[in-house]
Design a protein around this ligand. Structure first.
Ligand SMILES: Nc1ncnc2c1ncn2[C@@H]1O[C@H](COP(=O)(O)OP(=O)(O)O)[C@@H](O)[C@H]1O
Ligand SMILES: [Mg+2]
Length: 145
């Protein structure tokens, strides 16, 4: 895999770091010259993934969230977000639209659906007691070549 650029970030699962992660991914993605819509999609997907680490992965505790991003060939951005929290027993069920184990938010159960629709590919792996990892990629329109 020809990786053109990469970055790795880790931060504690505090709610204020959700906004921090959004700003960081948009700063990193800026080198791809994204459209306003593309950058909005990427930020929304990252926001959902990081929020899940904070509210589900670490629930009432604080743990570290890691975000890795890469620029791949063909104007593609790769983003991996992982926690070492409680994990998901049934990933397929968790990814079904409207499935939630905590129906508090206004868009409860739609986090994975948002990631899936705003990005091109979404892969979720998880182990109970060990944590969850979300890998997303999106190919951006080429505007300057
Ligand atoms: N990082 C995570 N750690 C543990 N469980 C998770 C994680 N991300 C998602 N889940 C589980 O998957 C479910 C669906 O997630 P999502 O689609 O974002 O909806 P919501 O967050 O509104 O519940 C969550 O309710 C939770 O049970
Ligand atoms: Mg969610």
């Amino acid at each position: 895999m020809d990786v053109k650029n990469t970055m790795k970030l880790s931060f504690p699962s505090k709610s204020q770091n959700e906004g921090f992660a959004r700003v960081c991914i948009s700063a990193f993605a800026a080198q791809l010259d994204p459209t306003v819509e593309e950058i909005g999609d990427i930020k929304a997907a990252v926001s959902e993934a990081v929020t899940n680490c904070i509210v589900h992965g670490y629930k009432d505790t604080i743990g570290m969230v890691e975000m890795t991003a890469k620029i791949l060939p063909d104007n593609t951005i790769y983003i991996k977000i992982r926690d070492r929290g409680v994990g998901i027993a049934d990933v397929k069920q968790a990814m079904e639209p409207l499935f939630t184990t905590c129906a508090e938010g206004e868009r409860a159960g739609l986090g994975f659906a948002v990631m899936e629709s705003f990005m091109d590919k979404l892969k979720v792996t998880s182990q109970l007691g060990k944590g969850t990892s979300v890998i997303m990629t999106k190919r951006l329109k080429t505007r300057n070549e």
